[in-house]
Design a protein around this ligand. Structure first.
Ligand SMILES: [Zn+2]
Length: 410
């Protein structure tokens, strides 16, 4: 056999390793026979490669109770899975007054999660330092360090220009506007640093661990101070299109003769169904100082004006969503943000308007409230989930780690 042939064989083996490991990352646990079928390779090939991956500590095998009970030949037949302890994934989420951090193992089990408060006028460099300190503390509490990370994702409010990586302004005076967050964090880590809009990360968190589980086409709508969205198409996060500016559902005009919006349009959804819009509509009833907790309390005690304002907001959201359903036909819509805590008072008018306004094949969409109840913290857990979903990168990092471990052993 020539050196070239040996090289090709090694490359083929590597490709098969990647395919097997990718399948395990996606399906979580598989038998050898299932792996062979899914990857379209022989059982002998699977046995050889799995043997190497087990030695490298990339894959672990756990007893299959059903097979053990059958006691066919006394040998434990195992479920295979990527080794959760082989490394960690981290997420950080920056909001105006908080930084949230979240660390998971490779199986998605939370290792540490916490947040710190920060003054609204804190400049970017201080925020970055505070984020790194928070992350190092979380990693230490989980007996990990930065070297154990396979990836880190950072959430920020506002759009991220996908051509330049620079965060665009969404509100005046935001510390991260004009910053290349990925490049700034990249100076501190040897692994890839992903940056994503934090409403999209909330969508990934709900899709992975919350109200989106089991669905493939999911639209998440966050009704908060602003209104953002996250879209997963056939299980893949839509990153916002050509420049990353897509998903600004809050600035879809719901009433072209409505009041002027700072974005330049009239009657934007944000002017009807955001937290500030609902508070403004209820100010004559609940008072100048009323906050979202007062609104939720008034809704619970069925205060008539509050129910009306929330119903009106739900109907406007439903009209905008009907247009989106006609375009995208999602299977499930998840309503998140503080307003979603009003529950069916808000959700029922959304469902009724959708049934009335969307086209026949799109109107049966499931409309549910977000489940994670983590508030802004969901963005940090979604960031860690996004890292775990970068299967290709994870697989090559895992395999590289296994190779270096086996050469250290030699
Ligand atoms: Zn607008």
């Amino acid at each position: 056999m020539t050196a070239k042939d040996t090289g090709s064989l090694r490359a083929l083996r590597r490709t098969n390793s990647e395919r097997l490991l990718s399948a395990l990352m996606e399906h979580r646990t598989l038998h050898r026979a299932e792996l062979a079928r899914i990857c379209g390779v022989s059982r002998t090939t699977v046995s050889t490669i799995v043997g190497e991956l087990l030695i490298g500590g990339v894959v672990i095998e756990s007893a299959d109770d059903a097979a053990a009970d059958s006691g066919a030949d006394g040998r434990a037949r195992g479920f295979l899975q990527a080794n959760p302890a082989a490394g960690a994934a981290a997420g950080l989420d920056f909001t105006l007054e908080r930084i949230w951090g979240h660390v998971t193992d490779l199986a998605g089990t939370t290792l540490a999660s916490d947040g710190v408060t920060i003054a609204r006028d804190t400049p970017w460099q201080e925020r970055l330092t505070a984020g790194l300190t928070l992350l190092d503390g979380l990693l230490a509490s989980a007996a990990q360090n930065r070297e154990a990370l396979f990836g880190i994702a950072i959430g920020v409010p506002g759009p991220i220009d996908r051509q330049t990586g620079v965060v665009g302004p969404s509100l005046p005076g935001q510390a991260w506007a004009g910053v290349n967050v990925s490049a700034e964090f990249g100076k501190h880590f040897a692994v890839p640093v992903l940056v994503e809009n934090n409403t999209r990360l909330e969508a990934v968190a709900e899709f992975t661990w919350g109200a989106g589980r089991g669905a493939r086409d999911v639209l998440y709508l966050g009704l908060s101070t602003g209104i953002g969205s996250g879209l997963l198409v056939d299980g893949q996060l839509h990153h916002g299109g050509a420049r990353g500016g897509g998903g600004e559902v809050g600035h879809i005009s719901a009433d072209t003769s409505g009041p002027a919006c700072p974005c330049g349009n009239r009657g934007c959804l944000i002017q009807h169904a955001s937290v500030p819009a609902v508070l403004a509509a209820l100010r004559p009833v609940l008072g100048e100082e009323a906050g979202i907790e007062d609104v939720l309390e008034a809704a619970k005690s069925e205060q008539a004006d509050t129910l009306r304002v929330l119903r009106d907001a739900g109907e406007v959201v439903g009209r905008v969503l009907a247009n989106i359903c006609n375009l995208l036909n999602p299977e499930r819509i998840i309503i998140g943000g503080e307003l979603a805590r009003a529950g069916d008072v808000l959700l029922e008018p959304i469902r009724a308007t959708l049934r009335r306004s969307a086209m026949a094949l799109t109107r049966d969409v499931d409309v549910v409230a977000a489940e994670l109840d983590l508030g802004a913290r969901a963005g940090a857990s979604g960031a860690a989930a996004l890292v775990l979903r970068q299967t290709d990168q994870l697989v090559s990092a895992l395999l590289a780690g296994a190779t270096s471990r086996s050469s250290e052993a030699v």
